[in-house]
Design a protein around this ligand. Structure first.
Ligand SMILES: Nc1nc2c(ncn2[C@@H]2O[C@H](COP(=O)(O)OP(=O)(O)OP(=O)(O)O)[C@@H](O)[C@H]2O)c(=O)[nH]1
Ligand SMILES: [Zn+2]
Length: 210
């Protein structure tokens, strides 16, 4: 990954800051910052709590969109509970950031994710389903985190994740990852295989029986 700077609000911008507003939630009163990717028209948001620009490492979550898990209470994955747990941990600390990236279905989009789920209903695992549809296992990019974090004044994080690719991506863009904090969600009969495939095929740091 390139360590080149992606400027915000310049003529070559990869990401444009639009506005901020209050976002009161069940756990804390966050500030929501809205961005747009001019090249694609995709909209992204960041939630912050407390003074995140004071130089101290910031408790952080990079979360890729999962409509089914984040908004529709799906039990097929761990996304919704991970987002909730991350917001709770930030509220408890009184300070932190969530980068909510609009790359649904590990970047394949919602409709293709439904097709992938259909293949999974017939026996494929999450990686095989993506491949049968002609996609790589994980199409996500974390490049936009760089201008988002720069805009927010954040250069050092304590990252809540089980995914080593996210840590590597931040380190490649000169963001210090001071700590990795696991976000482990309980298994259920519907997410069991999904979590096992994350551990065996996607390199997630999950216990061997997950
Ligand atoms: N293609 C595909 N995408 C899925 C499936 N289940 C969940 N997703 C997507 O996987 C992504 C999960 O994102 P995250 O929770 O940010 O990241 P992660 O790689 O699981 O890593 P963590 O930080 O440990 O949670 C979201 O974009 C979901 O929409 C699936 O079965 N197939
Ligand atoms: Zn999900």
């Amino acid at each position: 990954m390139s360590s080149v700077e992606l400027p915000v609000n310049s003529s070559e911008q990869a990401l444009e800051f639009v506005d901020s507003c209050a976002l009161p939630t069940t756990w804390a009163n966050f500030t929501m910052h809205a961005f747009i990717e001019p090249a694609t028209g995709k909209e992204h948001v960041a939630l912050t709590l407390g003074d995140v620009a004071n130089g101290e490492p910031v408790l952080a979550r990079i979360h890729s969109e999962c409509l089914t898990g984040d908004a529709l209470f799906s039990k097929r994955c761990d996304c919704g509970p991970q987002l909730e747990l991350a917001m709770q941990k930030i509220a408890a600390e009184g300070r932190g950031v969530i980068l909510y990236l609009r790359q649904e279905g590990r970047g394949i989009g919602l409709l293709a994710k439904v097709q992938a789920y259909h293949l999974q209903d017939e026996g494929a695992d999450t990686v095989e389903a993506n491949q049968r549809l002609g996609f790589a296992a994980d199409l996500r990019s974390y490049t936009l985190c760089d201008p988002m974090l720069k805009h927010l004044g954040i250069s050092s994080v304590k990252l809540m994740t089980n995914n080593p690719r996210k840590i590597a991506a931040l380190q490649n863009m000169q963001v210090r990852v001071e700590e990795q904090i696991p976000l482990i969600i309980a298994r259920n009969p519907y997410n069991e295989r999904y979590l096992a495939t994350k551990a065996s095929k996607l390199g997630h740091m999950l216990a061997p029986d997950l």
